[in-house]
Design a protein. Structure first.
Length: 498
């Protein structure tokens, strides 16, 4: 059985977002699945948030906690390392995906095992851990229901919270029928697409893996620095099985997941479930601190992952993306994501947050990453629902400027000068021309009058590079006379002082 790659290849081998989205929007089944799922989650989230009279205060508290932590991340990371070590765990530092994969693979091989069970984890998908383990002769089994569907279907996740959101029940039934037997216990005879039957088929399939596995791999939603406690929140309970039954537990966690104290954690345990699953609290909230004799895994390893996060932290505008608590609320309100789906983003992080996070973690040198900041209408709906107040539109505009103009950025801890991306020469020329005209009132007035007098000859679409803009938009009509001339003609400047 070949491995299913769920990660972020580098450099990405995906087409630019416009081309991928062009194909996705023509898939009527995909659009129907996305529309139904996102509208349902969106409505439930709005109702859950409306129950909280102090939601705005919680949102602001979450923003401030995250910003404070990021400003002092060096101190809190050392504090977390010391606390985990004191509790019986071992901490490893990984600068990038390759190092993290090498650490995890060596830890698994040291146990003598050749298979692991996994808790749903964005960080392990980001680094392509499943593929790396497979290359080393180790089979990784996803245990989250949606991740299981994706893995069995040789697919990629398309949503942060619901990775198989692009699949409907009939498709899931077909995947279970055809693939389960190749990975373990086959699907029951006569399996239908009833949700209860699909869930039971997954439970029976996974149960033997839970009882057999000696090594578990997880991520973490939060790490409490003062005690070294890791926190995983979930809705199914499969994660808790992975966290408690194996003899060895390996957790791969991004360095931005640190929170200073338990008091800080309390804020996010209120905002995360309501923003993600529209629940008042997560059905399963698992917490562990190191190891304890006779209770849970006997060996615990924490792999702290950088993989571009320190570089992102160096960007004063873009660093706010590191506040993200992976609730996926921004995906469910985004009109672009709803129509294009997650696969078009070419990243394990789709949607608005992926459009600002992936180009910072990976850089904007590739075609897909240079296009992601443009995968937005800048409507601002993502900012309105974000429980930690990430101003995604602000970062998108910031990254668009970086793509077009280039400039200084941090890569692998070093300051480098980024060259402008190819294909934006005409845009830069247009912006320089606009700057020249807007700083010269007489030239601007003359240009406006000329445009008004020749408007009957204006084309409906722009030529050359401009076709990319008017291919999906109407060219705004030029008025019969400029506003300045209209004002002078109708008011004569007499009311200008009122």
């Amino acid at each position: 059985m070949s491995a299913t790659f769920l990660g972020m290849p580098g450099p990405p081998a995906f087409p630019a977002f416009p081309r991928a989205a062009h194909d996705a929007v023509r898939d009527t089944t995909l659009r129907g699945n996305l529309r139904h799922a996102t509208h349902t989650i969106r409505a439930k989230r709005a109702a859950a948030v409306a129950e909280m009279p102090d939601w705005a205060a919680l949102r602001e508290a979450g923003r401030q906690i995250k910003d404070h932590t990021l400003r002092h991340l060096d101190r809190y990371l050392v504090q977390a390392e010391e606390a985990v070590t004191a509790a019986g765990g071992t901490v490893h530092w990984a600068a990038d995906a390759e190092e993290a994969n090498r650490i995890v693979a060596s830890l698994v091989k040291a146990t003598g095992e050749r298979e692991v069970v996994k808790v749903k984890s964005m960080a392990t998908q980001e680094i392509g851990l499943n593929e790396a383990l497979e290359a080393g002769g180790i089979r990784a089994y996803e245990t989250d229901l949606a991740e299981l569907i994706v893995q069995l279907g040789h697919d990629r996740p398309s949503h942060i919270l619901v990775p198989a959101i692009h699949r409907n029940r009939g498709e899931i039934r077909d995947v279970f029928r055809s693939e389960m037997g190749e990975w373990g216990r086959p699907a029951p005879e006569g399996l239908t697409d009833a949700p209860a039957e699909l869930a039971e088929a997954a439970r029976l399939h996974l149960r033997e893996k839970f009882l057999r596995a000696k090594v578990g791999v997880s991520g973490a939603n939060f790490v409490v620095a003062e005690t070294g406690t890791l926190v995983v929140v979930e809705s199914e309970g499969n994660g808790r099985m992975c966290l408690t039954l194996p003899e060895t537990l390996i957790s791969v966690v991004g360095i931005e997941k640190i929170v200073p104290t338990w008091r800080d954690l309390e804020v996010f345990l209120q905002t995360l479930p309501r923003s993600s699953t529209a629940e008042r609290m997560n059905p399963y909230t698992s917490m562990w601190t190191g190891t304890t004799d006779g209770d849970g895994p006997r060996t615990f390893h924490l792999v702290l992952l950088d993989n571009g996060r320190t570089d992102t932290l160096a960007d004063e505008v873009g660093r706010q993306a590191l506040r993200c608590i992976r609730c996926s609320a921004c995906l469910n309100v985004c009109p672009v994501y709803e129509r294009a789906g997650g696969h078009a983003y070419g990243s394990v992080y789709p949607g608005p947050i992926g459009a600002i996070l992936s180009p910072q973690l990976r850089g904007t040198a590739s075609e897909i990453d240079a296009s992601l900041p443009y995968a937005s209408s800048l409507c601002g709906a993502c900012y309105e629902v974000c429980p930690v107040a990430i101003d995604i539109p602000e970062v998108l505009v910031h990254l668009r400027e970086r793509v077009v103009e280039g400039g200084p950025v941090t890569r692998a801890g070093n300051k480098v000068l980024l060259k402008p991306a190819k294909g934006h020469a005409a845009e830069r020329a247009a912006m320089r021309a606009a700057r020249w005209a807007l700083t010269r009132p007489a030239a601007l007035r003359g240009g406006q009058r000329l445009a008004s007098r020749t408007r009957r000859f204006h084309p409906r679409t722009l030529p050359g590079p401009g076709r990319a803009w008017t291919g999906t938009r109407d060219l705004p009509p030029v008025p019969a006379e400029p506003f300045r001339d209209w004002w002078q003609r109708t008011h004569g400047g007499k009311e200008g002082a009122k």
